[in-house]
Design a protein around this ligand. Structure first.
Ligand SMILES: O=C(O)CCC(=O)C(=O)O
Length: 348
């Protein structure tokens, strides 16, 4: 999945790649050499919020969109041409969004959960707190084998005084937080092997997340079966970040959905076909939306070419209001320019 941005010449020419390029964030410079985001035509992007509002008003749906059976208050939509794909607009309340943003920043990247930083720095504890305290990660010493370094958090004053000018490798927690791209919960996914490594130490998916995923998975579940959340990948996007087209095919039973929740800035999601040559549909994902992909939909390439961090398009006004307390400013500062996706999976 990650690394799929490293594309060869052939994949550069596929319909999926062309659509990714259409929506990706590019900058142009104006006469004063100021970088400005290039305008993009969003008229083809499916807007399930608008569809939902018009459905609630007059029970009308655009051609190709249907309402699925569900016990939720909010309507659940499907696309007639994409069996197994479900979209639940505004599935999470603003309070739930707040809770999961906080968890995604504070507890989900905590060891034994792995993050993209593991490969370089080993396990890192308390990254979010360290970023808020303006701490710096310093390399202490190589271990006996000489290939694993231990690290600790230090303040800049400590570095200036106690390290006495000795050069040592260091990086600020705020840079590491900005570069946090994923963390994995429950059974740990091994990106190098593109599979789950059940021998890696792990905690179970937190109970509240598991309960939420079970409830949200219901519209896509085979009759009489219960969703068993065993693993989750948390993706963190900053401005300019994208998730290239990929398939999630490492789970055993594709009849079970992937439950995918969006938090923070609005994004564009591309839902393609079984080949990268199939032209994908583009749709907006907003904070609180949930997507389910099960059955045939599991065989479709999908990705996120862009997030919107400008005030007009990010659409996080209600979150901004909720996070205006002093205690929450740190979350607001992060989420104002970021998006988090938590996708929960049954592995076996
Ligand atoms: O960020 C998203 O909404 C999609 C995430 C995704 O496709 C994945 O992690 O497999």
């Amino acid at each position: 999945m990650y690394g799929s941005e490293n594309l060869n010449e052939d994949s550069e020419r596929t319909a999926f790649r062309k659509t990714e390029k259409k929506y990706k964030l590019y900058y142009d410079s104006n006469k004063k050499k100021k970088k400005l985001p290039r305008a993009v035509d969003l008229s083809d992007v499916i807007d399930f919020k608008a569809i939902s509002e018009s459905f609630v008003r007059n029970e009308e749906l655009p051609v190709g969109v249907s309402k699925a059976q569900s016990r939720f208050d909010n309507p659940v939509f499907c696309l007639d041409a994409c069996p197994g794909f479900y979209f639940i607009p505004a599935a999470l309340s603003i309070e739930e969004q707040h809770k999961w943003i906080k968890e995604s920043l504070v507890s989900f990247p905590q060891p034994p959960n792995r993050t993209n930083h593991n490969a370089v720095y080993g396990p890192i504890h308390s990254l979010f707190r360290a970023a808020n305290d303006k701490q710096i990660l310093v390399e202490e010493a190589n271990d006996v084998e000489g290939d694993v370094c231990s690290h600790r958090w230090a303040s800049s004053e400590e570095i200036d005084s106690s390290l006495n000018g000795n050069s040592c490798k260091s990086i600020s927690a705020s840079v590491l937080l900005r570069k946090l791209r994923w963390s994995t919960l429950g059974l740990q996914f091994d990106w190098s092997k593109r599979g789950y490594n059940v021998s890696l130490p792990h905690n179970k998916i937190p109970d509240a997340l598991s309960q939420l995923a079970k409830k949200m998975a219901a519209p896509a579940m085979p009759a009489g079966e219960d969703f068993q959340p065993e693993a989750a990948i948390v993706n963190y996007f900053g401005s300019g970040d994208m998730l290239g087209g990929h398939l999630d095919d490492m789970e055993v039973d594709w009849s079970k959905p992937i439950v995918s929740m969006s938090l923070g800035c609005k994004a564009i999601f591309l839902l393609g076909g079984k080949s990268r040559n199939d032209e994908p549909l583009a749709m907006f994902l907003r904070s609180g939306d949930i997507v389910l992909m099960s059955g045939e939909a599991r065989e479709r390439f999908h990705g996120v070419p862009r997030i919107f961090t400008d005030a007009e398009h990010a659409e996080i006004g209600s979150l901004e209001k909720l996070l205006s307390d002093e205690d929450d400013i740190c979350y607001l500062e992060y989420i104002k320019t970021s998006r988090i996706n938590i996708n929960i999976r049954q592995v076996f």
